[in-house]
Every structure is written in C-alpha cells, then in structure tokens.
Design a protein around this ligand. Structure first.
Ligand SMILES: Nc1nc(=O)c2c([nH]1)NC[C@@H]1CN(c3ccc(C(=O)N[C@@H](CCC(=O)O)C(=O)O)cc3)CN21
Ligand SMILES: CC(C)C(=O)C(=O)O
Ligand SMILES: [Mg+2]
Length: 267
C-alpha cells in the first residue's frame, strides 16, 4: 500500500488477521528508513527520555520535548501512522490539561494520534480527548510512568485478581473510545484473552505472540541502548558495534595522516 496509513487501516488489520507492526522513532533519519521498510505505525515514545536524552526513566520528559521529536519524525513524511506519547504530568492533572496537551501534539507536532498510560482510571480522559477528534491509544499493564508505584519495571497481571483488573481496564479503554491499546509486560495467556475480548487491536511489548501487533523500541532492536535489557527485547543488529568501528577507523586514519587524502580535498 502506497498511501498514508490511518487508524482505520490499523483497525482493519485486526479483522483481516494481519499483524500490525509498530516501532518507536524520535527523529528524521530513522523514520525515513523504517517507513521505507514498510512499518505500519511509528510511536514517538516517551522512551526518548531513556534512549535519546539519557535519563534513567521516562518521568522527566516534557510535552515540548515530545512536540520537538514528533516534528522531526513528521518531517520525514512517513506513510506510517504517527502516534505520540503523552508524557508524565501532561494528562494526569485534569481534563483541560489533557485536552490541551493532546491538542498541542497534533497542532504543533503533527501527530495523528496520541497515547497515554492507564486503564479504567483514565477512561474519562480518553473520552475527553477522543471527543475533540484526536484518536487515542491506551497503554495498560507495565506502564513505565507508574515505575514508583510498581516498585520497578515488573511484569503485571500475574495474580488472578490483577489479571481480572487488567481485563476490566482493557474493556474500559475500548468503551471510552480508544482506537487501540498497548499491552506491556503481561503474561502471554492474559494478552491472548484480552486480544480475543476486544474489537480494537492490541499491540504487545513483552506480552507474547497472541496480540494483534507488536511494538519495540528502535534503539533496543539495534543494540543502541544498554541501560535496560528486558527479556522481551530481541536484538536484530549491533549498531553500537558498527558505530564504534567507524569512529575508531576515523580516529586512527586522522592520527596516521591517512585522512583526509587528496580525493577528499579541494584544489
Ligand atoms: N530502551 C527502552 N526500552 C524499553 O522497552 C523501555 C524503555 N527504554 N524505557 C521505558 C520502559 C522501561 N521498560 C522496561 C525496562 C525493563 C524491564 C525489565 O527489566 N523487565 C524484567 C521483568 C522483571 C520482573 O517482572 O520481575 C525482564 O526480565 O524483562 C521491562 C520494561 C520498557 N520501556
Ligand atoms: C515502548 C512503548 C510502548 C512506549 O510507550 C515508549 O516507547 O515510550
Ligand atoms: Mg511510552
């Protein structure tokens, strides 16, 4: 398909039984490459705080930083759907803040949808944003903005009672009008059950193979982020190694006077 992908295309893929592929991107060059490869959707994730800015977690990321990165992604004119994370404190305070910040991501950033963390507790917020025609993706299970409540990045929904609550959260966000939901860090059988019960697509990360689609952090699949190595990450390349090789070659050639040669110089 050579035209712009929309939330409708993403939703149709669930009924067609076609897996949905998401990756995070935070800039222009990565977006160009992954879009050329045919990625279905791009998440401008608040994981940018960890992978790009070097923070220990996602909590310090600001709405202005999310706008900045979304603009860089959108400038690549991807065919993929562009979804941007609402960062911590940009939607939890009240509905007005939530609407205003979701609107800023669309108006100033160029996002086509926003994502926020939470289930039943965020149903009203999801509804408020959807009511101004900004599509919302929900995110339940291991929600990184809740790191201090969870006491670390821990798999959620292992106990029956917790699992039941996550099923209720999933139903609540669908009911509130979310167009899709991320399931992060939950047992695969629970993700399978939620996927079967919902009519909106589930996008898993550390949630097993039975979701309607998958998402991973681009720096993780490239071996560019050493900070965390969750079990769910598969490293498809060693980009750190490639960069180190190139940088080392450059340093050594300059030191030896081999670079620049006449071919890289002007007369
Ligand atoms: N680069 C990067 N990738 C991510 O996936 C990611 C971020 N950053 N930053 C925000 C959160 C943090 N994430 C994480 C980080 C670590 C684990 C982790 O180590 N999980 C353990 C399970 C521990 C348990 O349940 O006891 C694992 O072994 O996978 C999970 C999610 C996901 N998100
Ligand atoms: C990994 C995904 C789901 C995310 O929220 C992020 O990158 O911030
Ligand atoms: Mg996020």
């Amino acid at each position: 398909m050579n035209k712009k992908k929309t939330i409708l295309d993403i939703q149709k893929m669930k009924s067609a039984g076609e897996k949905i592929t998401f990756l995070t991107s935070y800039d222009y060059p990565f977006t160009r490459i992954m879009d050329e490869c045919g990625i279905d959707a791009i998440l401008v994730g608040d994981s940018v705080g960890v992978t790009f800015s070097g923070y220990d977690n996602t909590l310090p990321v600001t709405i202005d930083e999310m706008i900045y990165h979304t603009r860089a992604v959108v400038r690549a004119r991807p065919k993929a759907l562009v979804v941007t994370d609402m960062p911590f404190l940009s939607y939890q305070t009240d509905l007005r803040d939530a609407r205003l910040n979701a609107g800023r991501l669309v108006k100033e950033g160029g996002a086509e949808a926003v994502k926020l963390e939470g289930g039943a507790n965020m149903a009203e917020t999801i509804r408020a944003i959807v009511d101004m025609d900004v599509p919302v993706m929900a995110h339940i299970g291991l929600t990184p903005q809740s790191i201090h409540r969870m006491g670390g990045y821990k798999v959620q929904g292992k106990k029956d009672e917790q699992a039941q609550r996550l099923i209720e959260d999933a139903l609540a966000v669908e009911q509130a009008g979310a167009f899709s939901v991320v399931l992060e860090g939950i047992p695969m059988k629970l993700a399978e059950r939620i996927t079967a019960e919902l009519s909106i697509p589930t996008i898993g990360i550390g949630a097993g193979p039975y979701c309607d689609g998958q998402v991973l952090v681009i720096h993780d699949i490239l071996g560019l982020c050493e900070k965390y190595s969750p079990k769910f990450v598969k490293r498809y390349a060693d980009a750190s190694g490639l960069i180190a090789e190139a940088v080392s070659s450059y340093i050594s050639e300059v030191k030896k006077g081999e670079f620049p040669d006449e071919g890289h110089s002007f007369n």
